[in-house]
Design a protein around this ligand. Structure first.
Ligand code: GLN
Length: 231
């Protein structure tokens, strides 16, 4: 009976940018597969709702527009809840507390945001990191994908990047090990990451929040969190 009901429901159309490790990414071994904490979380939410999850990979800056146009149902893209964005989309309950940081090669001498004046700073277009760098009047280089931002640092393009801390942490634990460092930005506040929905879709917002609450109750949320963040 449950199965018949599930078959009648529309698939959940999910928009992501799969370069936000360890929240959403693809690996070379399974290029069709979407991996990461937020991908596992949205799949678990889909299961709770009895809806098939269809994931679509877009540049980050293209995600709010497709949600607004109703072409996608939900953004699972490491999206920070900001007041500005809340004018255009609805946010579900936050699932992660993040922060902006500077990522720079070891020995760069960069110790604060002021040291970035006169340098080139890599950011991902449309992100809070890009907005912050712009607001500080920094000379920025914008990329569609976080992976490109990091690659630019590695090939000696930009001298530093501004991005979300968990992504920088992950890079330092992997490819960037021993070669890069994270510099705090004390004047920025914590940011809360959440799924984003169409402004009119309060129904889905309620369902998603109920599903998230359920996943926390059953411990499934905590299990995924531990699996991806090792804490
Ligand atoms: N959390 C940041 C933002 O919302 C970055 C998101 C991302 O790069 N996917 O702007």
């Amino acid at each position: 009976q449950d199965k018949a009901a599930a078959e009648k429901k529309e698939p959940l159309r999910v928009a992501t940018n799969a370069t936000f490790v360890p929240f959403e990414f693809k690996d070379d071994a399974n290029p069709e597969d979407y991996k990461g904490f937020e991908m596992d979380l949205i799949k678990a939410v889909g299961k709770e709702l009895g809806r098939e999850v269809q994931i679509n990979n877009l540049p980050f800056s293209g995600i709010i527009p497709v949600i607004q146009q109703g072409d996608m149902d939900i953004a699972a893209a490491g999206m920070t809840m900001t007041q500005e964005r809340a004018k255009n989309v609805l946010f579900a309950a936050p699932f992660y507390e993040s922060k902006l940081v500077i990522l720079a090669p070891n020995g760069s001498g960069i110790t604060s945001i002021d040291d970035l004046q006169g340098k080139t700073v890599a950011v991902q277009m449309g992100t809070t990191g890009a907005g912050y760098a712009e607001q500080k009047g920094l000379n920025i280089k914008q990329f569609d994908h976080n992976s490109e931002l990091i690659m630019d640092l590695q090939v000696g393009g930009a001298q530093a990047g501004i991005l979300d801390k968990p992504v920088a942490d992950y890079f330092l634990a992997q490819d960037g090990k021993g070669k890069y460092e994270i510099i705090d930005i004390p004047d920025t506040k914590s940011e809360y990451l959440a799924f984003a929905l169409n402004k009119n879709n309060t129904e889905l917002q309620k369902e998603v929040n109920a599903a998230l609450a359920k996943l926390k109750e059953t411990g499934e949320f905590q299990k995924l969190y531990k699996q991806w963040f090792n804490t």
